[in-house]
Design a protein around this ligand. Sequence first.
Ligand SMILES: *Cc1c(COP(=O)(O)O)cnc(C)c1O
Length: 415
Amino acid sequence: MTGTLDVAAVDAMDAADPLRACRKHFALADGVIYLDGNSLGAASLAAFAELETAARQEWGRDLIKSWNTAGWFQLPLQLGDRVGRLIGAAPGQTVVCDTTSLNIYKTLHAAIALRPGRRVIVSEAGSFPTDLYVAEGVISTLPGMELRLEGTHAPQIEDLIDETVAVVLVNHVNYKSGELRDMAALTKKAHEAGTLVVWDLCHSAGALPVDLDGANVDFAVGCTYKYLNGGPGAPAFIYAARRHHENVVQPLSGWWGHARPFAFEHRYAAGDGMVRFLCGTQPILSLRALKGALDVWDAVDMAVVREKSIALTDIFIRLVEEKCGQYGVALETPRDAARRGSQVSFAHEGAYEIMQALIERGVIGDFRAPSTMRFGFTPLYVGYRDVFQAVNVLEEILRTEVWRDVRYAVRGAVT
Ligand SMILES: *Cc1c(COP(=O)(O)O)cnc(C)c1O
């Protein structure tokens, strides 16, 4: 992109934005520029309506009947298919349940059980930490199993894949740098060695088009409270390719995964398809908030989302470098749009304090230790003028050095 980018130019881009109408579906306060939808997506009015109905009528009035009359019991599979549409999964291969951490546990065990005799899990040292913590937990239950990491045992994950590896657990978009991996190529490389892959889509579901079926992926997990806007602690999802359904098993074999939960049999018999990834009773109110959030996605084309996401992130990078480059901010995200998700990270020694100053002025991003300022761009409710203004606020904070005020150095429990 060339030429000057002034208010008139960004306003013209907003006026021509095909996703412009989406913002009115969200409950964002005026004056807030929310660049943290990659951590907690904004609340939709449809989610509020679902919560209200589910709480007052279904729970409050109809009580236990609602398991049948309001379709509570079917929500994990129904919402799974709706998430599936956004991640390139044909129906019947996605279920919404539990947390991403728990779903990593289930899918790693499932993949390892499908590759008996193989003793290695491969992952990445730069992974979101819970993925590695859970992998350690899986290993602790399987004597002889070991974890090998990109960044520790080899520079590239591809170099660690061979016939001893049962499964590769890998993030599609890196939570910190925003770097996007080539899903189809890495999956193919793993399959050539007979290795299965679990993709963590936490930072790509709802952020960009994902083609799980097309890339021949085995398993995927991800959360719904980031770009999908399901609400704080909204349940996560699991994808398992249909070709694995007949043989797949996972160790959290609770009654919701049983073929006949209400027969109350004393032996476990896994249900068909994605049912067997369920464990116990699911959080219905949270599922209903997610249902509302997904209503907003029904009219949305992921290709249009990606186009706008690239434009927003390109403009942000360009403006920050133009206006703030002299104050020591350094881009940590790939400059090539094809290699990044929908977030941009800049490093600065005062990252934490600068982010607090931004938040105080209504520009909400977040901080990742030790020195990353992270900005998420959610095309459903972030516009071009927002990007322009956010950079102006950042420039002022850096130029005046107001961020050095001691009050910005106070740290909360969640950063
Ligand atoms: C956010 C995130 C998680 C979160 O896991 P929870 O179990 O929902 O807390 C896991 N993996 C990645 C890559 C994430 O970005």
